[in-house]
Design a protein around this ligand. Structure first.
Ligand code: XMP
Length: 211
């Protein structure tokens, strides 16, 4: 099974469906973020699932009070999302509200520079929360393989480590897989390339070589 997740951050429905069709055989899952949901509506989740048959991850980074998280998650799971990415810093009750409705991936660190300001100092506590709540997985930064290794070493076995930041943000697939990542997320390096299918195939083969 592939360990590559496509971050499909385009607005346009037709474009999204075309890239999904071209790359489907190299993917484990498709990650949908706000740009695609805003551009194409929530129904894009249902359509991507119907056409590709792949799991869909809704990267909403939910960070609200439990009731609002619940109201949002209900509709997103009903649309067909298999996983929702949820922030942990808002507290256990907010995360639990989503987990009561479906599978969750908790952000324990982020891949951009600003993550060092507030998220990274809280990572240990977020890992502690993940170990207690046992979500499907956590998000760790492919841009910092040493942090991926650290997060993996502190996490309960069985909780997946999912890493965005490969490609456009500078992360290397081999480095993060060696550090213990279970899945890598790649967006621009695939959907902005002249040949998304070929780019997905190349990254898939790189991942396979490390598996
Ligand atoms: P690119 O184009 O950089 O896209 O390959 C990466 C995708 O992943 C999201 N992203 C993150 N999501 N924590 C997250 O939960 C992170 O640290 C993080 N870094 C990137 C980004 O929004 C895009 O969809």
């Amino acid at each position: 099974m592939s360990r590559l997740i496509l971050a499909l951050d385009v607005y346009d429905r037709e474009k999204a469906m075309e890239i999904a069709r071209q790359t489907v055989e190299y993917l484990w899952a498709i990650k949908v973020n706000w740009p695609l949901i805003i551009g194409s509506g929530l129904g894009i989740i249902t359509e991507l699932k119907r056409v590709t048959g792949l799991p869909v991850i809704a990267d909403l980074k939910l960070a609200d009070i439990p009731n609002t998280n619940r109201l949002i998650a209900k509709k997103v799971f009903e649309a067909g999302a298999d996983y929702i990415i949820t922030h942990g810093f808002v507290g256990r009750d907010s995360v639990r509200a989503v987990m009561e409705l479906g599978e969750v991936i908790i952000v324990v660190e982020m891949s951009h520079l600003g993550a060092k300001e507030f998220i990274q100092p809280a990572t240990d506590k977020l890992i502690e929360m993940a170990n207690e709540l046992e979500p499907f997985g956590v998000i760790a930064p492919a841009t910092r393989p040493e942090r991926v290794a650290y997060i993996r070493s502190k996490l309960k076995p069985g909780i997946k480590v999912i890493t965005p930041g490969v490609g456009a943000q500078g992360g290397k697939a081999g480095d993060v897989l060696k550090a213990g990542a279970d899945y890598i997320i790649v967006g621009r390096a695939i959907y902005q390339s002249d040949n998304p299918r070929e780019s997905a195939r190349r990254i898939y083969e790189e991942v396979e070589a490390w598996s």
